[in-house]
Design a protein around this ligand. Structure first.
Ligand code: OAD
Length: 248
């Protein structure tokens, strides 16, 4: 793929010591995971407040569990794409590297990114509302599923109106505000607090790069918007960083 790199961008790729990659649903789109918004977005078919809130779960746990089982089934069948693999190969190229995702599909880990901040939880994990124990069971004896303690199980993801996992955002924000190169990959940049990370990076003086086929809410603050798919662009960026650092 032919990409135009500005001199400033090349300079940032060559010299950055601390890098942050922040991803959203778009990074998994080429693996076959539907995004939330946009043309093929899931929210076109389902209203978020009917499925992704604790109130919805209280009202109709069967429906909410069906929705998560449907998405788990998709995720169980798919593999990471070249975008995930390129990101997984980046940490050794920098002194400091942080990967933070809004995705709950776990594909970064499958691709080899062991150290990933999952801001919105993990769709394959269940958590008990009574004893807080977590497990990865998929075959439930009863439905909606129960924990061995008798408490109700829920998917361990963050729903609208809920707090993020303790410490996760703070860690990501600290990395973003102290990095010198920040990539925002495949996110519409509308869901807070994740959407504030590129701003924190910009305020901290980082060079901010966006990879997305379309402009988004955060495009205006970026130094570079690479218009295209992460599975095509991230491998090119990885190669470019390797090349530039070999020459150093
Ligand atoms: P969205 O569905 O809002 O945005 C996905 C973005 O990916 C869009 O801007 C697309 O243009 C872009 N995109 C599509 N295909 C792409 C590709 N191949 N390469 C790169 N980009 C591509 O997803 P998020 O921003 O991740 O939260 O949504 C944030 C949160 O909204 C989700 O984590 C979820 C939802 O509410 C929770 O469930 C808590």
């Amino acid at each position: 793929m032919d990409l135009m790199f500005s001199d400033k961008f090349l300079d940032a790729l060559r010299t950055a010591k601390k890098a942050v990659v922040a991803t959203g649903a778009g990074v998994s789109a080429e693996s076959g995971v539907p995004t939330f918004r946009g043309e093929d977005g899931l929210w076109k078919k389902f209203r978020p407040e009917e499925l992704a809130t604790f109130e919805a779960f209280e009202r109709n746990p069967e429906l909410v569990w069906e929705w998560y089982r449907y998405r788990r089934d998709i995720i169980n069948k798919i593999r990471p794409n070249p975008g995930h693999y390129a990101i997984a190969a980046m940490p050794p190229l920098f002194d400091d590297f942080c990967l933070v995702t809004q995705n709950v599909d776990g594909l970064h880990r499958v691709a080899g990114s062991d150290d990933v901040i999952e801001l919105h939880g993990n769709i394959k994990r269940n958590r008990c509302l009574k004893c807080s124990r977590e497990n990865y069971d998929e075959d439930f004896a009863e439905f909606p599923p129960l924990c061995s303690c008798g408490g109700r199980l829920r998917p361990d993801v963050v729903w609208f109106g809920e707090l993020l996992p303790a410490g996760a955002f703070e860690k990501a924000e600290k990395a973003a505000s102290s990095c010198d190169l920040f990539f925002s990959v495949g996110t519409s940049g509308v869901v807070q607090p994740a959407a504030s990370l590129p701003l924190a990076a910009k305020r901290g003086g980082a060079f901010v790069v966006e990879i997305n086929p379309v402009p988004t809410e955060i495009t205006y603050i970026t130094n570079e918007h690479l218009q295209g798919k992460s599975g095509e662009i991230m491998p090119v960026i990885l190669e470019r960083i390797r090349e530039l650092r070999r020459k150093k």
